[in-house]
Ligand binder design. Sequence first.
Ligand code: FAD
Length: 338
Amino acid sequence: MAGLASALGLRRAGWRVTVLERRAGLERYGTAFGIHPTAQAALDRLGEGVGAALRHLAVPYRDAHIRTPDGRRLARLPLERIERKAGCPELLISRPYMIDTLLAALEETGQVSLELGRAAPDPAVLAREYDLVVGADGINSAVRTALFGTRSRPRRLGTAAWIGTADLDSPLHGETWGAGGFFGLTPVEPGRTNWYATAPGATTAEVLRTLFTGWHDPVPRILGGTDPAGWIRYEMRHLYPALPSFVHGGHIALVGDAAHAMTPNLGQGACTALLDAEALARAVTRHAGPGALPEALRAYDTERRRAAQRVALASRTLHRLMTTRHTRTRDALLRLLP
Ligand SMILES: Cc1cc2nc3c(=O)[nH]c(=O)nc-3n(C[C@H](O)[C@H](O)[C@H](O)COP(=O)(O)OP(=O)(O)OC[C@H]3O[C@@H](n4cnc5c(N)ncnc54)[C@H](O)[C@@H]3O)c2cc1C
Protein backbone atom coordinates (compact mmCIF):
# COMPACT_ATOMS: atom_id res chain seq x y z
CA MET A 1 0.00 0.00 0.00
CA ALA A 2 2.78 2.46 0.91
CA GLY A 3 4.56 1.66 -2.37
CA LEU A 4 1.50 2.08 -4.58
CA ALA A 5 0.46 5.30 -2.81
CA SER A 6 4.00 6.73 -3.12
CA ALA A 7 4.10 5.82 -6.80
CA LEU A 8 0.79 7.59 -7.30
CA GLY A 9 1.92 10.74 -5.53
CA LEU A 10 5.27 10.87 -7.33
CA ARG A 11 3.64 10.26 -10.69
CA ARG A 12 1.25 13.10 -9.96
CA ALA A 13 4.28 15.26 -9.15
CA GLY A 14 5.56 14.52 -12.67
CA TRP A 15 8.06 11.75 -11.98
CA ARG A 16 8.49 8.59 -14.03
CA VAL A 17 8.07 5.76 -11.54
CA THR A 18 9.03 2.09 -11.44
CA VAL A 19 7.48 -0.13 -8.74
CA LEU A 20 9.35 -3.32 -7.90
CA GLU A 21 7.29 -6.02 -6.15
CA ARG A 22 9.04 -9.24 -5.28
CA ARG A 23 5.86 -11.32 -5.31
CA ALA A 24 4.46 -12.51 -8.64
CA GLY A 25 1.08 -10.93 -7.74
CA LEU A 26 -0.19 -8.43 -5.20
CA GLU A 27 -1.38 -10.21 -2.06
CA ARG A 28 -5.14 -9.94 -1.85
CA TYR A 29 -5.91 -11.32 1.60
CA GLY A 30 -8.59 -9.24 3.19
CA THR A 31 -9.02 -7.53 6.49
CA ALA A 32 -10.75 -4.23 7.09
CA PHE A 33 -8.58 -1.14 7.32
CA GLY A 34 -9.80 1.77 9.36
CA ILE A 35 -9.15 4.94 7.35
CA HIS A 36 -9.08 8.06 9.49
CA PRO A 37 -10.29 11.37 7.95
CA THR A 38 -6.66 12.62 7.78
CA ALA A 39 -5.74 9.59 5.64
CA GLN A 40 -8.86 10.16 3.49
CA ALA A 41 -7.66 13.72 2.89
CA ALA A 42 -4.21 12.35 1.97
CA LEU A 43 -5.87 10.07 -0.60
CA ASP A 44 -7.77 13.05 -2.02
CA ARG A 45 -4.46 14.83 -2.52
CA LEU A 46 -2.66 11.78 -3.93
CA GLY A 47 -4.79 11.58 -7.01
CA GLU A 48 -7.94 12.92 -8.54
CA GLY A 49 -10.88 10.71 -7.68
CA VAL A 50 -8.89 8.34 -5.42
CA GLY A 51 -10.60 9.48 -2.23
CA ALA A 52 -14.00 9.37 -3.96
CA ALA A 53 -13.36 5.83 -5.23
CA LEU A 54 -12.43 4.74 -1.71
CA ARG A 55 -15.53 6.33 -0.18
CA HIS A 56 -17.66 4.47 -2.72
CA LEU A 57 -16.31 1.10 -1.55
CA ALA A 58 -15.97 1.83 2.17
CA VAL A 59 -18.47 1.80 5.04
CA PRO A 60 -18.60 4.36 7.88
CA TYR A 61 -17.54 3.24 11.34
CA ARG A 62 -19.91 4.58 14.03
CA ASP A 63 -21.48 3.66 17.32
CA ALA A 64 -18.81 1.26 18.63
CA HIS A 65 -18.02 0.44 22.26
CA ILE A 66 -15.48 -1.29 24.42
CA ARG A 67 -17.21 -4.06 26.38
CA THR A 68 -16.48 -6.66 29.02
CA PRO A 69 -16.74 -10.35 28.02
CA ASP A 70 -20.23 -10.50 29.58
CA GLY A 71 -21.35 -7.65 27.31
CA ARG A 72 -21.34 -4.64 29.67
CA ARG A 73 -20.26 -1.37 28.09
CA LEU A 74 -17.05 0.10 29.47
CA ALA A 75 -16.52 3.05 27.12
CA ARG A 76 -17.47 4.42 23.74
CA LEU A 77 -14.85 4.48 20.97
CA PRO A 78 -14.27 8.16 20.03
CA LEU A 79 -15.66 7.75 16.50
CA GLU A 80 -18.42 10.36 16.81
CA ARG A 81 -15.89 12.85 18.18
CA ILE A 82 -13.57 12.17 15.21
CA GLU A 83 -16.51 12.64 12.82
CA ARG A 84 -17.66 15.88 14.47
CA LYS A 85 -14.15 17.31 14.36
CA ALA A 86 -13.33 16.25 10.78
CA GLY A 87 -16.78 16.63 9.25
CA CYS A 88 -16.61 13.09 7.86
CA PRO A 89 -16.62 9.65 9.48
CA GLU A 90 -13.81 7.18 9.98
CA LEU A 91 -14.20 4.63 7.16
CA LEU A 92 -13.60 0.92 6.96
CA ILE A 93 -12.48 -0.64 3.73
CA SER A 94 -11.39 -4.15 2.89
CA ARG A 95 -7.70 -4.43 2.02
CA PRO A 96 -8.27 -5.86 -1.50
CA TYR A 97 -10.59 -2.92 -2.34
CA MET A 98 -7.94 -0.49 -1.14
CA ILE A 99 -5.25 -2.13 -3.28
CA ASP A 100 -7.61 -2.17 -6.30
CA THR A 101 -8.40 1.53 -5.83
CA LEU A 102 -4.70 2.47 -5.78
CA LEU A 103 -3.91 0.20 -8.74
CA ALA A 104 -6.76 1.62 -10.83
CA ALA A 105 -5.59 5.16 -10.08
CA LEU A 106 -2.03 4.23 -11.05
CA GLU A 107 -3.16 2.68 -14.33
CA GLU A 108 -5.09 5.82 -15.12
CA THR A 109 -2.05 8.06 -14.66
CA GLY A 110 0.00 5.89 -17.06
CA GLN A 111 3.79 5.94 -17.17
CA VAL A 112 4.16 3.87 -14.03
CA SER A 113 5.88 0.59 -14.61
CA LEU A 114 4.81 -2.11 -12.15
CA GLU A 115 7.30 -4.97 -12.23
CA LEU A 116 5.86 -7.97 -10.43
CA GLY A 117 8.13 -10.81 -9.39
CA ARG A 118 11.18 -8.54 -9.21
CA ALA A 119 12.83 -8.15 -5.81
CA ALA A 120 14.57 -4.85 -5.25
CA PRO A 121 18.35 -5.15 -5.30
CA ASP A 122 20.56 -3.32 -2.80
CA PRO A 123 19.44 0.34 -2.52
CA ALA A 124 22.96 1.51 -3.43
CA VAL A 125 22.60 -0.33 -6.75
CA LEU A 126 19.15 1.18 -7.32
CA ALA A 127 20.42 4.65 -6.46
CA ARG A 128 22.86 4.44 -9.39
CA GLU A 129 19.95 3.94 -11.77
CA TYR A 130 17.21 6.09 -10.19
CA ASP A 131 17.15 9.67 -8.82
CA LEU A 132 15.03 8.68 -5.82
CA VAL A 133 14.67 5.28 -4.13
CA VAL A 134 11.62 4.75 -1.89
CA GLY A 135 11.82 1.78 0.47
CA ALA A 136 8.20 0.65 0.87
CA ASP A 137 9.09 -2.97 1.49
CA GLY A 138 7.21 -3.57 4.72
CA ILE A 139 8.14 -4.63 8.24
CA ASN A 140 11.10 -6.82 7.15
CA SER A 141 12.44 -4.04 4.91
CA ALA A 142 15.72 -4.96 3.23
CA VAL A 143 16.15 -1.29 2.29
CA ARG A 144 15.97 -0.26 5.97
CA THR A 145 18.46 -2.96 6.99
CA ALA A 146 20.90 -1.94 4.24
CA LEU A 147 20.75 1.69 5.39
CA PHE A 148 20.46 1.43 9.17
CA GLY A 149 21.60 -2.11 10.07
CA THR A 150 19.69 -4.38 12.45
CA ARG A 151 19.54 -2.32 15.63
CA SER A 152 15.97 -1.27 14.75
CA ARG A 153 14.27 -4.49 13.76
CA PRO A 154 10.88 -6.23 14.05
CA ARG A 155 10.34 -7.45 17.61
CA ARG A 156 7.70 -9.92 18.70
CA LEU A 157 5.31 -8.89 21.43
CA GLY A 158 4.55 -12.47 22.40
CA THR A 159 0.95 -12.11 21.22
CA ALA A 160 -0.64 -13.82 18.24
CA ALA A 161 -3.64 -12.28 16.51
CA TRP A 162 -6.33 -14.06 14.56
CA ILE A 163 -8.38 -12.27 11.90
CA GLY A 164 -11.26 -13.20 9.64
CA THR A 165 -14.47 -12.09 7.97
CA ALA A 166 -17.92 -13.50 8.80
CA ASP A 167 -20.78 -13.53 6.30
CA LEU A 168 -23.27 -11.90 8.64
CA ASP A 169 -24.07 -8.45 9.97
CA SER A 170 -23.06 -8.08 13.60
CA PRO A 171 -25.68 -6.45 15.85
CA LEU A 172 -22.88 -4.52 17.58
CA HIS A 173 -19.41 -3.23 16.83
CA GLY A 174 -16.31 -2.36 18.80
CA GLU A 175 -14.00 -4.33 21.05
CA THR A 176 -14.42 -6.65 23.99
CA TRP A 177 -11.50 -6.65 26.40
CA GLY A 178 -10.93 -9.66 28.65
CA ALA A 179 -8.00 -10.87 30.76
CA GLY A 180 -4.95 -11.08 28.51
CA GLY A 181 -6.98 -10.99 25.29
CA PHE A 182 -9.61 -9.18 23.27
CA PHE A 183 -12.12 -9.61 20.43
CA GLY A 184 -12.93 -6.89 17.85
CA LEU A 185 -15.88 -6.54 15.48
CA THR A 186 -16.18 -3.96 12.72
CA PRO A 187 -18.36 -3.62 9.64
CA VAL A 188 -16.53 -4.10 6.34
CA GLU A 189 -19.31 -4.19 3.76
CA PRO A 190 -23.06 -4.84 3.91
CA GLY A 191 -23.73 -8.37 5.14
CA ARG A 192 -20.16 -8.98 6.31
CA THR A 193 -18.33 -8.43 9.58
CA ASN A 194 -14.60 -8.15 10.09
CA TRP A 195 -13.29 -9.71 13.32
CA TYR A 196 -9.94 -9.93 15.07
CA ALA A 197 -8.97 -11.70 18.25
CA THR A 198 -6.13 -12.33 20.62
CA ALA A 199 -6.11 -14.81 23.49
CA PRO A 200 -3.21 -16.33 25.41
CA GLY A 201 -2.71 -19.95 24.38
CA ALA A 202 -4.82 -19.74 21.19
CA THR A 203 -2.54 -21.95 19.14
CA THR A 204 -5.23 -23.46 16.91
CA ALA A 205 -8.61 -22.36 15.59
CA GLU A 206 -10.33 -24.95 17.80
CA VAL A 207 -8.61 -23.60 20.92
CA LEU A 208 -9.56 -20.06 19.88
CA ARG A 209 -13.22 -21.05 19.65
CA THR A 210 -13.06 -22.68 23.07
CA LEU A 211 -11.42 -19.66 24.68
CA PHE A 212 -14.22 -17.35 23.52
CA THR A 213 -17.07 -19.68 24.51
CA GLY A 214 -19.17 -17.82 27.06
CA TRP A 215 -18.33 -14.35 25.71
CA HIS A 216 -21.30 -12.18 24.81
CA ASP A 217 -23.22 -12.54 21.54
CA PRO A 218 -22.23 -12.55 18.69
CA VAL A 219 -18.62 -13.52 19.54
CA PRO A 220 -19.12 -17.32 19.78
CA ARG A 221 -21.61 -17.16 16.89
CA ILE A 222 -19.04 -15.41 14.67
CA LEU A 223 -16.33 -17.94 15.48
CA GLY A 224 -18.68 -20.92 15.26
CA GLY A 225 -20.25 -19.82 11.98
CA THR A 226 -17.14 -19.18 9.91
CA ASP A 227 -14.75 -21.60 8.32
CA PRO A 228 -11.31 -21.54 10.02
CA ALA A 229 -9.76 -22.20 6.59
CA GLY A 230 -10.32 -18.48 5.89
CA TRP A 231 -8.81 -17.27 9.18
CA ILE A 232 -5.32 -15.81 9.37
CA ARG A 233 -3.03 -16.10 12.39
CA TYR A 234 0.02 -13.90 12.74
CA GLU A 235 2.53 -12.93 15.39
CA MET A 236 2.23 -9.31 16.45
CA ARG A 237 5.45 -7.41 15.89
CA HIS A 238 6.62 -3.83 15.84
CA LEU A 239 9.79 -2.01 14.84
CA TYR A 240 11.97 -1.29 17.87
CA PRO A 241 13.79 0.92 18.68
CA ALA A 242 12.47 3.74 16.51
CA LEU A 243 14.65 4.73 13.53
CA PRO A 244 16.90 7.81 13.78
CA SER A 245 15.77 8.94 10.31
CA PHE A 246 13.33 8.04 7.54
CA VAL A 247 15.77 9.22 4.85
CA HIS A 248 19.36 8.52 3.86
CA GLY A 249 22.01 10.08 1.68
CA GLY A 250 19.72 12.69 0.13
CA HIS A 251 18.11 10.25 -2.31
CA ILE A 252 16.57 7.35 -0.34
CA ALA A 253 13.38 7.49 1.75
CA LEU A 254 11.49 4.93 3.81
CA VAL A 255 7.68 4.88 3.97
CA GLY A 256 5.01 2.76 5.68
CA ASP A 257 5.85 -0.30 7.74
CA ALA A 258 9.46 -0.21 6.50
CA ALA A 259 9.85 3.04 8.45
CA HIS A 260 7.62 2.49 11.50
CA ALA A 261 5.85 -0.89 11.65
CA MET A 262 3.47 -0.75 14.61
CA THR A 263 1.06 -3.04 16.44
CA PRO A 264 -2.42 -3.02 14.86
CA ASN A 265 -4.20 -1.92 18.07
CA LEU A 266 -4.81 1.68 17.02
CA GLY A 267 -5.67 0.68 13.43
CA GLN A 268 -3.23 3.26 12.10
CA GLY A 269 -0.65 1.27 10.08
CA ALA A 270 -2.37 1.83 6.73
CA CYS A 271 -3.29 5.43 7.58
CA THR A 272 0.29 6.35 8.47
CA ALA A 273 1.53 4.67 5.26
CA LEU A 274 -0.82 6.88 3.22
CA LEU A 275 0.21 9.99 5.14
CA ASP A 276 3.89 9.18 4.49
CA ALA A 277 3.30 8.71 0.76
CA GLU A 278 1.40 11.98 0.44
CA ALA A 279 3.95 13.93 2.50
CA LEU A 280 6.84 12.56 0.43
CA ALA A 281 5.16 13.47 -2.87
CA ARG A 282 4.32 16.95 -1.54
CA ALA A 283 7.89 17.53 -0.31
CA VAL A 284 9.47 16.63 -3.66
CA THR A 285 6.93 18.82 -5.46
CA ARG A 286 7.61 21.79 -3.20
CA HIS A 287 11.39 21.44 -3.38
CA ALA A 288 11.66 20.90 -7.14
CA GLY A 289 14.74 21.73 -9.17
CA PRO A 290 18.30 20.51 -9.55
CA GLY A 291 19.94 19.56 -6.27
CA ALA A 292 16.75 20.09 -4.27
CA LEU A 293 16.05 16.43 -3.46
CA PRO A 294 18.08 16.26 -0.20
CA GLU A 295 16.15 19.28 1.09
CA ALA A 296 12.86 17.67 0.07
CA LEU A 297 13.74 14.48 1.93
CA ARG A 298 14.74 16.44 5.03
CA ALA A 299 11.33 18.15 4.91
CA TYR A 300 9.63 14.74 4.57
CA ASP A 301 11.58 13.36 7.55
CA THR A 302 10.73 16.40 9.68
CA GLU A 303 7.04 16.17 8.86
CA ARG A 304 6.56 12.45 9.25
CA ARG A 305 9.12 10.81 11.56
CA ARG A 306 8.10 12.05 14.99
CA ALA A 307 4.41 12.01 14.10
CA ALA A 308 4.49 8.38 12.92
CA GLN A 309 6.68 7.27 15.82
CA ARG A 310 4.27 8.86 18.32
CA VAL A 311 1.40 6.88 16.79
CA ALA A 312 3.50 3.67 16.95
CA LEU A 313 4.23 4.27 20.64
CA ALA A 314 0.56 4.96 21.39
CA SER A 315 -0.41 1.75 19.58
CA ARG A 316 2.13 -0.25 21.59
CA THR A 317 0.81 1.26 24.84
CA LEU A 318 -2.74 0.38 23.84
CA HIS A 319 -1.61 -3.17 23.10
CA ARG A 320 -0.34 -3.43 26.68
CA LEU A 321 -3.64 -2.15 28.06
CA MET A 322 -5.70 -4.48 25.88
CA THR A 323 -3.73 -7.56 26.86
CA THR A 324 -3.22 -6.89 30.57
CA ARG A 325 -4.49 -9.44 33.07
CA HIS A 326 -5.16 -6.71 35.64
CA THR A 327 -8.61 -6.10 34.30
CA ARG A 328 -10.17 -4.57 37.43
CA THR A 329 -7.86 -1.55 37.47
CA ARG A 330 -8.00 -1.16 33.69
CA ASP A 331 -11.78 -1.44 33.48
CA ALA A 332 -12.25 0.99 36.37
CA LEU A 333 -10.04 3.49 34.55
CA LEU A 334 -11.97 2.98 31.31
CA ARG A 335 -15.27 3.69 33.07
CA LEU A 336 -13.88 7.08 34.08
CA LEU A 337 -13.45 8.08 30.42
CA PRO A 338 -15.96 10.62 29.08
C1 FAD B 1 -4.53 -7.74 11.15
C2 FAD B 1 -4.11 -6.38 10.73
C3 FAD B 1 -5.05 -5.39 10.78
C4 FAD B 1 -4.69 -4.11 10.42
N1 FAD B 1 -5.63 -3.12 10.48
C5 FAD B 1 -5.30 -1.88 10.13
C6 FAD B 1 -6.28 -0.82 10.19
O1 FAD B 1 -7.43 -1.00 10.56
N2 FAD B 1 -5.91 0.42 9.81
C7 FAD B 1 -4.63 0.67 9.41
O2 FAD B 1 -4.34 1.83 9.10
N3 FAD B 1 -3.68 -0.32 9.35
C8 FAD B 1 -3.98 -1.57 9.70
N4 FAD B 1 -3.04 -2.57 9.64
C9 FAD B 1 -1.66 -2.25 9.21
C10 FAD B 1 -1.46 -2.27 7.71
O3 FAD B 1 -1.81 -3.50 7.15
C11 FAD B 1 0.00 -2.03 7.39
O4 FAD B 1 0.54 -1.14 8.31
C12 FAD B 1 0.10 -1.48 6.02
O5 FAD B 1 -0.43 -2.38 5.10
C13 FAD B 1 1.57 -1.21 5.66
O6 FAD B 1 1.73 -1.19 4.30
P1 FAD B 1 3.17 -1.24 3.65
O7 FAD B 1 2.94 -1.01 2.21
O8 FAD B 1 4.11 -0.34 4.36
O9 FAD B 1 3.75 -2.71 3.88
P2 FAD B 1 3.26 -4.09 3.25
O10 FAD B 1 1.80 -4.11 3.11
O11 FAD B 1 3.91 -5.15 4.07
O12 FAD B 1 3.90 -4.09 1.79
C14 FAD B 1 5.26 -4.31 1.53
C15 FAD B 1 5.40 -4.86 0.12
O13 FAD B 1 6.78 -4.91 -0.24
C16 FAD B 1 7.05 -6.15 -0.89
N5 FAD B 1 8.47 -6.45 -0.70
C17 FAD B 1 9.10 -6.81 0.44
N6 FAD B 1 10.42 -6.94 0.23
C18 FAD B 1 10.64 -6.63 -1.07
C19 FAD B 1 11.81 -6.57 -1.89
N7 FAD B 1 13.03 -6.86 -1.40
N8 FAD B 1 11.66 -6.22 -3.19
C20 FAD B 1 10.44 -5.92 -3.70
N9 FAD B 1 9.31 -5.97 -2.97
C21 FAD B 1 9.41 -6.31 -1.67
C22 FAD B 1 6.10 -7.12 -0.19
O14 FAD B 1 5.89 -8.27 -0.97
C23 FAD B 1 4.84 -6.27 -0.03
O15 FAD B 1 4.01 -6.33 -1.15
C24 FAD B 1 -3.35 -3.83 9.99
C25 FAD B 1 -2.42 -4.87 9.95
C26 FAD B 1 -2.78 -6.13 10.33
C27 FAD B 1 -1.76 -7.23 10.25
